[in-house]
Design a protein around this ligand. Structure first.
Ligand SMILES: [Cu+2]
Length: 236
């Protein structure tokens, strides 16, 4: 069933073309080369522009607060802004980071999370243009389901893959606290992650397992890894 996934994306892209063309320029729509400033403080999340055009969008996130922050773009999913479209983590006080994302038409919420916790301080933005697929745009080879509880990640113990496989990691949070999955390759570098998922919800990330070898996975929130939320799987 997964081979058909890329088709709606193509259709979306084709539909989007005239809209993007109408925006002018050879940039792929969106805000073109302009970066939209997001100023995060410990009490506010100021987005310089809240009416955007669909397409590639670049934000520059500056943390003017005293605590490390993270910034999320949430899409609407079944009436709630719970679907993570993109995020940047661990932005230290006084530093800036770039956040790039392709946005389809619709409404979104941008959340700054001082202290890197909670729902964050949210700002709504409206994007004009063709709607994106509700599902993440990336295609993938297959899917693996992971369940998080306190304090265990279930589903990856027996998971194996072949190098180069593109895997959709689905993290269902069946616990009472926020959980995530960070995945590190055999080279020790981060291969990807499913960002923090609220209790009772599911998050997803498509991660390509480029290298053969032993991968490690962990929930890096609080002391969850020490409590048991970690493990390994092999890629051949
Ligand atoms: Cu956890």
């Amino acid at each position: 069933m997964r081979t058909s996934r890329t088709l709606p994306v193509l259709a979306t892209a084709l539909l989007a073309l005239p809209v993007l063309a109408a925006c002018g320029g050879k940039d792929s729509g969106g805000t073109g080369g302009d970066k939209i400033a997001v100023i995060a403080t410990d009490t506010a999340c100021e987005v310089a522009k809240t009416e955007l055009k669909a397409g590639d969008t670049r934000f520059t996130v500056t943390n003017k607060g005293d605590k490390a922050t993270e910034v999320y773009v949430y899409g609407e999913h079944e009436g709630a802004y719970s679907h993570i479209v993109t995020e940047v983590e661990n932005i230290g006080p006084g530093t800036s980071r770039e956040m790039k994302v392709k946005l389809g038409g619709g409404t979104y919420e941008i959340a700054c999370k001082p202290g890197q916790s909670g729902d964050g301080i949210r700002q709504k933005v409206t994007v004009e243009g063709a709607r994106a697929d509700e599902e993440p745009e990336e295609s993938y080879d297959r899917e693996v389901e992971v369940e998080a509880t306190e304090y265990h990640l279930e589903g990856l113990d027996t998971f194996t893959a072949k190098a180069g496989e593109k895997i959709a990691f689905k993290l269902e949070n069946k616990g009472g606290a926020e959980h995530e999955v960070e995945i590190f390759g055999p080279d020790g570098k981060k291969a990807g992650e499913v960002p923090p998922v609220e209790p009772g919800t599911t998050g997803e990330a498509v991660i390509t397992l480029h290298l053969p070898g032993t991968y490690t996975y962990t929930c890096d929130i609080g002391d969850h890894a020490d409590m048991g939320m970690h493990g390994t799987f092999d890629v051949s």
